[in-house]
Write a protein of this length. Structure first.
Length: 239
């Protein structure tokens, strides 16, 4: 369960956008795993001019929370430049029920700087240098960019690298398919570097689909994310 929540939180997607007047969104999703309600995801995001800020919470619920309480809290802010999100600060706190952790990153000219990673970990031979990850986005920025409302016709145009302080990955979407008012994207999450040899041997590519439906104001909103995980099929469904 912990690994599912971490992967969902770290799912890194970005869509083309144009900065404009302040726009705020508050969105909640249910996490369904093997047919059972396993958690909730919610975020509050705001874009004002060329700046953005977002906070998010991912936690277990229902039977999953009864068996094991897991919670992930994060905040991020940055700017919007040439149609892309460019983070400047990111922080997260995670509680798996057995282990608590904290991570803080800053950015210098788009290059992530790991300021805090607690509890500390000994260096590993598959670690990657944050200095090599210029142009990446943090997990929460990626999540906000993925799930926020977009203009019709802007769906399924994603290819974005992401860095979470230790691991590098990539998300891409393509092949929009319209069915009535809905648009479905085919996507893939791919592990790139910073993962153990066992993780890379286990699986490196995780397919998923995004389903968009019309929203007020002529926008399109993500109503469902369906994916294959190491624990079976999972879905995020918008409340």
């Amino acid at each position: 369960m912990t690994r599912i929540l971490q992967k969902l939180a770290g799912a890194a997607l970005v869509v083309a956008m144009t900065a404009g007047a302040a726009r705020a969104e508050t969105v909640s999703y249910d996490l369904i795993l093997k047919g059972f309600n396993a958690g909730t995801l919610s975020f509050d995001g705001r874009i004002s001019g060329s700046s953005y800020a977002v906070s998010g919470v991912l936690k277990t619920s229902g039977l999953a929370a009864f068996l094991k309480k897991v919670r992930y809290d994060a905040t991020s802010k940055g700017r919007v430049s040439k149609g892309r999100f460019v983070p400047t600060e990111y922080s997260e706190k995670a509680d798996t029920g057995k282990r608590q952790s904290e991570s803080v990153m800053g950015y210098v000219r788009g290059v992530p700087q790991v300021k805090t990673y607690n509890p500390p970990r000994a260096p590993r031979d598959f670690d990657i240098d944050p200095a090599s990850q210029g142009g990446t986005v943090d997990p929460l920025t990626a999540l906000f960019a993925t799930l926020r409302d977009v203009d019709a016709g802007q769906e399924c145009q994603i290819k974005l690298p992401m860095f979470d302080g230790r691991r590098a990955s990539q998300i891409s979407t393509a092949a929009p398919q319209a069915t009535g008012d809905s648009v479905t994207c085919s996507g893939e999450y791919r592990r790139i570097a910073g993962f153990s040899a066992d993780d890379m041997a286990e699986k490196t590519r995780f397919p998923f689909t995004l389903t968009f439906q019309p929203a007020p104001g002529g926008k399109m909103q993500v109503t469902e994310v369906a994916m294959d995980t190491l624990f079976g099929k999972a879905r995020l469904t918008r409340r």
